[in-house]
Write a protein that binds this ligand. Structure first.
Ligand code: KG4
Ligand code: ZN
Length: 342
């Protein structure tokens, strides 16, 4: 008998995603984004995102099923992001999943968005060796997690005490005049810049901070330092070297993320580092993680950039793992929980 066919629905932020997975194989996926509608506000507007999900939900579902060449009747389970995320946005996905589950008499799994960012890697690299350390870096979260058992919950080791890494990318992009969301634009601009040309601060890396915040992050001081540097340059009348600022900022973020991630692996005797979330798409982060892991025999797993940012495949991947691990489905009255803990 072949492995179960699991459909995943993601609506926690501005992407409406549906993915269909059998075992660790991605059979079909579709994505609709409201990112362009938010761009002029410089950030995601919750009400706009909810409406866009509502409009995109059914067509996105149909496109994913088409691409996989299956119908809802063929699906064995439906997984949906139940949190964390924007409350109104989550509700659209959860309500849709309940409707489909009820109509087609399928079990439903309410899943954690952050765990899904970790699970998506299995679609690219197969089963995740446990224990693993996960570095989760997105627009809303930046955490280091101990993954002993992905199906039953993970243990946070540390997290950002202020801005998320993706948020820092977006804010710095804005002050450099780059479009929203800024991460991919900084990544691109940085390719023509010199990452060691400007020394920006590395948050929570001083000896006294390491004593209490060894696996925590802080990016708001970095963001302020970049803003000050750019202001000073503008006042002097000289042009702002956008590529060098982008590269030096990116280097500061990636330096701290990779150092702390490798430290977490070594401190826990773990040989697998998995990186997930939108910022995992960053080209410098991927290179630096590999470079720093290699001397310790730590293997780094990062899915392809398209799977790093929000999508439905990641939800289906986690759902598939839950089904395979014999986890019981959720109740049909499962709530959306905008602040769902890991
Ligand atoms: O995981 P995600 O799609 O949504 C959340 O759950 O937050 O992450 C979005 C974040 C944004 O802040 C975006 O700027 C950042 O991921 N991002 C990147 C790159 N691609 C997306 N940051 C740095 N480099 C990239 N290439
Ligand atoms: Zn995300």
């Amino acid at each position: 008998k072949s492995e179960p066919l699991v459909l995943g629905i993601e609506t926690s932020c501005d992407e409406t995603g549906v993915g269909i997975v059998r075992g660790h194989t991605l059979l079909g996926e579709a994505l609709a984004s409201s990112v362009d509608e938010h761009a002029r506000f410089g950030g995601v507007v919750p009400e706009v995102a909810s409406r866009a999900h509502l409009e995109a939900m059914i067509p996105t579902m149909e496109r994913a099923l088409d691409q996989a060449g299956v119908t809802l009747a063929d699906v064995d389970a439906i997984a949906v992001t139940a949190g964390p995320g924007l409350a109104g946005a989550l509700l659209v996905g959860v309500a849709a999943a309940k409707g489909y589950a009820l109509a087609a008499e399928k079990p439903i799994y309410g899943v954690n968005h952050l765990a899904a960012h970790v699970a998506v890697d299995t679609l690219e690299h197969g089963p995740l060796p446990e224990p693993a350390i996960a570095l989760l870096v997105s627009g809303g979260h930046s955490s280091l997690l101990m993954v002993n058992d992905l199906a039953r919950g993970v243990t946070p080791l540390g997290a950002t005490i202020d801005d998320a890494a993706g948020e820092a990318f977006d804010k710095v992009a804005r002050l450099l005049g780059l479009p929203f969301p800024g991460g991919p634009w900084i990544d691109k601009a940085a390719r023509d810049g010199d990452g060691v040309s400007i020394t920006f601060p590395r948050g929570l890396t001083a000896a006294k901070d390491l004593a209490t915040h060894r696996f925590d992050f802080s990016f708001s001081g970095l963001k302020t330092a970049v803003a000050r540097w750019v202001e000073a340059r503008e006042k002097s009348g000289e042009p702002v070297p956008v590529a060098d600022v982008a590269a030096s900022f990116q280097e500061a973020v990636c330096d701290v993320l990779t150092n702390k991630a490798i430290d977490a692996c070594r401190a826990n005797g773990v040989e697998t580092l998995v990186i997930g979330g939108g910022v995992a798409a960053n080209s410098r982060l991927r290179v630096l993680a590999e470079e720093r892991a290699a001397p310790y025999g730590i293997s780094v797993r990062v899915p392809r950039p398209k799977l790093c940012t929000d999508n439905g495949a990641m939800v289906a991947a986690l759902g598939s793992h839950l089904v395979a691990s014999g986890i019981a489905p959720s109740r049909l009255d499962l709530p959306a929980d905008s602040a769902m803990p890991l």
